[in-house]
Write a protein that binds this ligand. Sequence first.
Ligand code: HEM
Length: 449
Amino acid sequence: MIPPRPAGRQGKSSVWRFVRDFRHDILTAQSDRLYRAWMAEFRGGVVHSFTCNHPDLVQLILTGQPQNFPKSPRMAAGLEPLLGNSSFISNDETWLRQRRIINLAFERGRVRQSFPAMWDAAQAAIARLELQADGSERDIEPETAHLAADVIFRSLFSIPIEDRIAGQVFQSFRAHQAAQPMVNLGALLGLPRWARVHRPGVRRSARRIRSLIRQLVDERAARIEAGVAPPDLATKLMTTPDPENGCPFSRGEMVDEVATFFLAGHETGASALAWALYLLSESPEWQDRVAREARARLAPEFSCVRHLETSRAVFREALRLYPPVAMTVRESRHEGIMRGRRVPRGAQMVISPWHLHRHERLWDNPHGFDPARWDSENGKECQKTAYIPFSAGQRVCPGAGFAMVEGPLLLSAIVGAFRLDPPATPPQPIMRLTLRGKDGIRLRLRRRS
Ligand code: HEM
């Protein structure tokens, strides 16, 4: 089965057309040549970028010399109103300190501790989906977003999405998403910070979300002080001191990080799960295999996850074909030569999991849905060198282990409970904050007998 992908741009593009397309949808703005190229240079006005598709270049930027390729402030600017200066967008000393604390909060045992949160959220989602399982076509994205947000709130603050504040954060976040373009135009064009204008709704919705999060953080601080806080991720993040200077996150820093965990932790999981469900709706054979595995192995115990091999292979394949973070941009701190080309200081270095995961010179059947590939020689090799749904190196996603338990578990629970049939028209991938369907991701659900 060859699932949908955007019709890439053909031929050359002017800078204005590129900027316009880029703001609308990063993916359709890209040339189809990127599925075969190792490196592509784009130069127009103030935008000078290099898309790096060769595994050695990706390795150099993310893992070999990350200090020479910090996160690009041009791309981060759009997220600033919501995330402040959190670990997702900061660099250098600030980021190092944030990440030391986050790594400790995610140390061994954290995912196991979050398992009941994932299980309970899955059961609540099945109850909600039962009301919709009449075989008619529906957009599954709002449901997967609801479910992933539920998992995050239960894991972070031990509260379900039905909690008043959690529910308001979720609703306000949907409004924020709708108001937010993919990138800030002023920042993309390299304008100074004071000249970057955000759409009016963006700042307003970001302020609202942050004030709700502030309430959760203040409430949790009070419970920590009273010695009655649950041992969840929020408590761990707020009480873990930086091993270098002994200082934990301040309340302000904590608001930035909770906003980040909410954004990074639920948007991505929701996107991956929706695409995985769609892929299975188009592939009855794999869907039956996942359902059979769920019947035999799914259980409310952490140890069951190890046995959900088929669900994991499908989820991994969904992350390959539809990586939620389809592109990320670094900035070159120094002038250098790459593949014989001069890369100036300040160049935008685009890493594109979307293209790397479908590179025609690396993968067998690059655009096809084939969860069995992970057992093949080519799949095993590419998994090591050309598969980065969670990025790589020091800035690798700290939630990767969490996500690889959550994703297969939720997939197994939903497919175990419902039969999925495909929509009349396949979804069209489009890059928003994460990879989404242009008009949602539609499919049909029926309760399994
Ligand atoms: C399928 C699910 C997920 C995917 C595909 C994903 C992917 C990613 C990627 C690609 C990055 C790096 C972005 C970049 O370099 O521009 C990232 C960073 C991050 N992710 Fe995830 N993520 C997922 C789930 C989670 C979860 C569940 C959490 C937290 C509970 C989380 C927290 C973070 C944080 C805090 C960062 C910033 C790390 C840093 O820059 O040091 N993610 N994620």
